[in-house]
Design a protein around this ligand. Structure first.
Ligand code: ADP
Ligand code: MG
Length: 140
């Protein structure tokens, strides 16, 4: 397995409860290195574009409202097979289905306010990283 990168977001439900450090510790304990990180308040335009793939889903507008409801922490994570390593430590989308030891099992409030985002493929990771970070902001 190669060392790769993925894109992560600590969502507003988690920043509101001051969980950034606890989530970062779980990411690092899973073998991921935070090689870029910034706290931002997404605009509706940014959130709409970021989640454009879901625009036909019934929860799309609610998701944009949620993702712009408070600050988020956007991150680039690096590690062995980073996309899968991160998805594994995140847990299932719905916390009711998330395994013990995962971030969503520990912290998610519900299927929408589920504390973290993680890219689902290397291709999407590259697109999502470029959406929020310039090359010089990523220090491996
Ligand atoms: P994941 O974040 O696990 O990759 P998806 O890409 O399917 O999940 O969905 C993106 C985000 O949209 C989820 O993390 C969650 O915040 C929200 N979401 C997904 N499914 C639902 C749903 N049925 N109702 C409300 N929000 C949802
Ligand atoms: Mg997804």
């Amino acid at each position: 397995m190669a060392v790769t990168r993925t894109f992560s977001i600590i969502k507003p439900d988690a920043t509101r409860r001051n969980l950034t450090g606890k989530i970062n510790a779980m990411l690092e304990d899973a073998g991921l290195r935070i090689v870029a990180q910034k706290r931002i308040h997404m605009t509706a335009d940014q959130a709409g574009k970021f989640y454009e793939v879901h625009k036909e889903r019934p929860f799309y507008q609610d998701l944009i409202t949620f993702m712009t409801s408070g600050p988020v922490v956007v991150q680039v994570l690096e590690g062995e097979d980073a996309v899968k390593t991160n998805r594994d430590v995140m847990g299932a989308t719905n916390p009711a289905d998330a395994a013990e030891g995962t971030i969503r099992k520990a912290f998610a409030e519900n299927i929408e306010a589920n504390s973290v985002h993680g890219s689902d493929s290397d291709e999407n990771a590259a697109i999502e990283i470029a959406f929020f970070f310039s090359g010089t902001e990523i220090v491996g």
